[in-house]
Design a protein around this ligand. Structure first.
Ligand code: KPL
Length: 304
């Protein structure tokens, strides 16, 4: 199957590389020098099972592409650009595999095909152009953003399940999106602020902060009628911190490279949605503080 991966950063390159090793024809949409290196020398994919160099197609121009499926892996704040590009192409389905919430709605407003949501708990790092490492084997879970069966579940199954990815098509995506939000609220912000690997959240003060952020996210989810218990949210943080212990979270990678972070779509989103819950006493002090600290860091560098 021909699959476009729009956003060839760490995660997009890893997923695209794994799909290519699984026999799909992948087109990576990314930036130079990565794209030029992939075109000339291929993409070196390092996983705990071994290293393989694959030769997906690669381009810096995401307009006018045709494929059965487009996976969107850009940062949440670049979703508008991805949506506008993908709207000029032809796809049977588009699936957001991004951090943060609301990306599917942005894509669905532009493209002319079913839009799926997905969560990814793989850890990845792009060491240099043409070389990506899997730093934590997680899973890819996709489904209709409204929950229930989606219109092209079979296409997503054929694309993602049974190859070299751990993947599943599910019917409870709203709950899973909130659970992943709790994971990102806990892990990404705390690792970025404490400059530590995901595994540092398994105990100590940082671990307490990450768990509190996850509990706050679960409370906000329940305030919006999504069934996610505090225990489930904390267990998800612990499980991802363990399976990606050696990983540098995407937000810490952003901070270390002096790039804008996804704070607005993660804890910023939790804070905004908490503010909509009128009748309940839903305080989110940890998410508020981490959001303000990260925004202050971005402002000081002219990134927002
Ligand atoms: O989603 C991630 C990220 O870094 O953005 C996790 C799963 C926390 C892996 O680090």
């Amino acid at each position: 199957m021909r699959i476009v991966v729009y956003g060839a950063g760490s995660l997009g390159s890893l997923l695209g590389g794994l799909l290519q090793t699984g026999g799909h024809d992948v087109v990576l949409v990314g930036r130079d020098p990565h794209v030029t290196t992939v075109r000339s020398d291929g993409l070196r994919v390092e996983t705990p099972d071994g290293t393989e160099t694959v030769h997906p197609d690669a381009t810096t121009d995401g307009a006018d592409l045709t494929a059965e499926l487009a996976l969107v892996t850009v940062k949440a704040f670049d979703t508008d650009t991805a949506a506008a590009d993908l709207a000029t192409g032809t796809f049977d389905a588009v699936c957001s595999l991004q951090n943060g919430m609301g990306n599917e709605a942005t894509l669905a407003a532009e493209v002319d095909c079913p839009v799926y949501a997905g969560t990814v708990t793989y850890g990845a790092i792009l060491h240099k152009a043409g070389r990506v490492e899997c730093t934590g084997v997680g899973e890819v879970v996709v489904g209709s953003p409204e929950g229930g069966a989606g219109p092209v579940d079979d296409l997503l199954e054929r694309a993602l399940v049974g190859g070299n990815l751990a993947a599943a098509v599910v019917d409870d995506m709203p709950r899973r999106l909130w659970e992943k939000l709790a994971v990102n609220a806990g892990i990404n912000t705390v690792t970025a602020l404490t400059r530590s690997e995901n595994g540092a959240l398994l105990d100590g003060t940082a671990s307490g902060l990450a768990r509190d952020a996850a509990r706050e996210t679960a409370r906000v989810a329940r305030g919006h009628d999504v069934s996610l218990s505090n225990r489930e949210a904390v267990a998800a943080v612990e499980s991802v911190a363990e399976t990606t212990a050696a990983n540098t979270s995407s937000m810490l990678q952003d901070v270390e490279s002096g790039r804008r972070t996804e704070v607005d779509a993660i804890t910023g989103y939790v804070v905004d949605r908490a503010g909509e819950i009128r009748d309940a006493d839903v305080a989110v002090p940890v998410c508020e503080t981490t959001t303000r600290l990260l925004r202050a860091w971005e402002e000081a560098r002219g990134l927002r």
